[in-house]
Design a protein around this ligand. Sequence first.
Ligand code: EZ4
Ligand code: CO
Length: 402
Amino acid sequence: MKITAARVIVTCPGRNFVTLKIETDQGVYGIGDATLNGREKAVVAYLEDHVVPLLIGRDASRIEDIWQLLYRGAYWRRGPITMSAISAVDVALWDIKGKAAGMPVYQLLGGASRDKVLVYGHANGADIEETADAVGRYIDLGYKAIRAQSGIPGVKGAYGVGRGDLYYEPADDALPTETLWNTSAYLDFAPKLFARIRDEYGMGVELLHDVHHRLTPIEAGRLGKSLEPYRLFWMEDCTPAENQEALRLVRQHTVTPLAIGEIFNSIHDCRQLISEQLIDYIRATIVHAGGITHLRQIAGLAALYQVRTGFHGATDLSPACMGAALNFDMWVPNFGIQEYMRHTPETDAVFPHSYHFDDGYLHLDDTPGIGVDIDEQLAAKYPYSPKQLPIARLEDGTMWNW
Ligand code: EZ4
Ligand code: CO
């Protein structure tokens, strides 16, 4: 089966998505997500100028060889642009292989290890009361696991507080929105938030929280310790992880489970975190970390150390990424949880998909491939619109981590 064409489709049904579509001489095609929030056009150029010309005429069934060609062959390894582009090719080829076999991708990986995929949703509000109410609404919707983020008195634009109830979209303008960060206010506030939520809803729901890289290791240790009574499922991105050793310091101070990795793009970003058991959940995901082919290696390493998967699944990861991730989640033995932030109806219409939410889980059917398509005519109605992620500064103006 030869690759005859590969095209990049950019669409903005409320937010930007980049999708690679690969066509073959047998009429079977596949799609893969290539969206890198705020840096979309760099991946478009990488694909169109440097990857697509390499694909034409190749055997679409040789997924591993094409992965190696794009990784080793570029000479310049790793990095979010390169690895997002490789991911898109990889997923599109797995999609093609599944369609050719008449099987969902999880069957090709080894078959289902579970019946359905546990997901967590996102409750947020301007203050403790609003956030607690939002948690209640998610419980009513059937969610078994809920991430809670709240506005903080004295902090302008805390991370994770959305404008809508079910949708959260941080990239909002052509130039970054500036937010202000105050670590002391946050460290005092966060335990009060979770005390309030546990007080109202008890211990029967899993709670998660994203620190979004804002703390130093010793501050992260303090936060983890102060949240222990509320038994979080995980504390995410408590400190930036370029320095993997930093997590040793956090571990010395808390038994709150740790999740890291949504910005990772290679197994080398998390090898020490995993092999020293410095994290409990690995967040690296299909679209930014080299596709199914590379995630399979990361998950295999993680399994040796009882580290489980907890793939990133924010709205800037398209339904095509979600379809691939869910197929992976159905198979992977050391599955933990899948993030699920609902896409808007406009996005869902551009990307018709077979997965659906019910009673706290996402469910897949037997649709061959990744189970997600793109409606190109509809996609064309939503042209690219430049948007960037916000930035954060301290009160004296110092740049901080958003
Ligand atoms: O801020 O995907 O856990 N989820 C997150 C996300 C990220 C966005 C960045 O584009 O941290 O909401
Ligand atoms: Co996160």
